[in-house]
Design a binder for this molecule. Structure first.
Ligand code: PMV
Length: 368
């Protein structure tokens, strides 16, 4: 079946004229969460259109705070006039990514070329912890831009505001589309998920057992170095991947299976789907051309210990992985005591410098 991709999402084109742009200057600030996918997005087409639908838990403690200072710029200044400050210091390494983000979103938020910006950003998680900051970073910046747009277009509805924020964030980094709301967000169209679409993330629309709205995620920092292969390269390697079509089908089926598991609080089914998704993601990396491995020996040791602990104790602890060596250990809030004792006794020593982050499912971004 052919899927039709529209290159322009007309509903997000501005209806105002730039005569009404806010003059003067000011600043806006948002705190945006990171997220961890349960059904993974790996493979895209066109302007960040995912090849399969994904769903993630929004996190709570891992977040980015961005303050956007804006000032009307002089007509002679360069097209996109901005400076980026990371944790208080000017950072030129982020410039190319933000510049190409501005280029991509300009037709949707044309005011970006009328202002001079200073973007001040910081993360709650340690720098180079191996936790991707692109999801929380891009969503925080997208939300700041939407708040600025709201000053121009004051009648904008709240639904439009958040949908467009997710839409813009997606154009910066695909998974950022899922970092606006919580506790579970779907991005990518799926026949079984009402309202799901490729343009922006939507809050998971069905009933979920309360066990999942307070799930815990302890992130074990196995390797805090810079990834050898970026996710952009990884997504592109899915284009000619021999297993690509089977993988996209598997992700779609896993999403279908996840719906009743979430509704019934079926932890056995949830664990099987989530762990299988994590390993399928890494299996794609290991079988692409060129192939690569992001897991480290301690990633595997942790997985084995989680399986062993689950078998002997019956505690529903499971893992998922991002595009890296770190392990997200997931468990219900009611099992915190047993799971935390296990993590302390058996897993922390496998982390780089014993570092880990305690997190849990969160409710989404906040305007500061
Ligand atoms: O948003 P990107 O382009 O960095 O891709 C992220 C992909 C994974 O984190 C590996 C999976 C996901 O769905 O978040």
């Amino acid at each position: 079946m052919w899927k039709i991709y529209t290159l322009t999402n007309k509903e997000f084109l501005p209806e105002y004229t730039l005569e009404s742009k806010p003059d003067k200057k000011g600043s806006l600030s948002w705190q945006s969460p990171s997220n961890i996918a349960l059904i993974k997005y790996w493979g895209k087409t066109g302007p960040q259109i995912p090849k399969n639908a994904s769903v993630s838990f929004t996190l709570s403690n891992c977040h980015t705070t961005t303050r956007l200072f804006y000032k009307q710029k002089s007509p002679s200044a360069k097209k996109f006039d901005f400076k980026v400050f990371f944790e208080g210091k000017e950072n030129t390494a982020f410039r190319p990514k933000i510049e190409s983000f501005f280029k991509r979103i300009e037709s949707y938020v044309p005011f970006v070329s009328s202002f001079e910006f200073e973007i001040h950003t910081k993360n709650s998680f340690p720098h180079s912890s191996g936790i991707a900051s692109s999801a929380s970073g891009m969503s925080a910046l997208a939300l700041c831009l939407m708040s600025l747009e709201k000053e121009i277009d004051r009648n904008m509805s709240s639904d439009h505001f958040f949908q467009k924020a997710s839409f813009l964030a997606r154009l910066g980094s695909g998974s950022a589309a899922r970092s606006i709301k919580g506790p579970l967000v779907v991005w990518g169209s799926h026949p079984d998920i009402k309202g799901s679409n490729d343009a922006y993330g939507t809050v998971y629309p069905y009933e979920i057992d309360p066990v999942f709205s307070s799930f815990k995620d302890t992130i074990l920092l196995v390797d805090q170095g810079v990834k050898q292969v970026s996710s952009t390269v990884g997504h592109n390697l899915m284009i000619d991947h021999p297993f690509a079509e089977a993988r996209f089908k598997q992700a779609e089926e896993n999403m279908t299976r996840l719906v009743p598991a979430l509704q019934q609080g079926d932890l056995d089914a949830f664990i099987k789907i989530v762990e299988r998704e994590a390993l399928a993601l890494h299996a794609m990396m290991m079988t692409s051309d060129p192939y690569f491995i992001l897991m480290k020996p301690n990633t595997l040791k942790i997985i084995e210990r989680i399986w062993d602990f689950r078998k002997r104790s019956g505690t529903p602890v499971c893992f998922t992985l991002d595009a890296g060596a770190n392990v997200h250990v997931l468990y219900p809030q009611k099992d915190t005591e047993a799971a935390d004792a296990f993590i302390q006794a058996e897993l922390v020593s496998l982390c780089q410098e014993n570092h880990y982050i305690k997190d849990q499912v969160g409710t989404g971004a906040v305007l500061l």
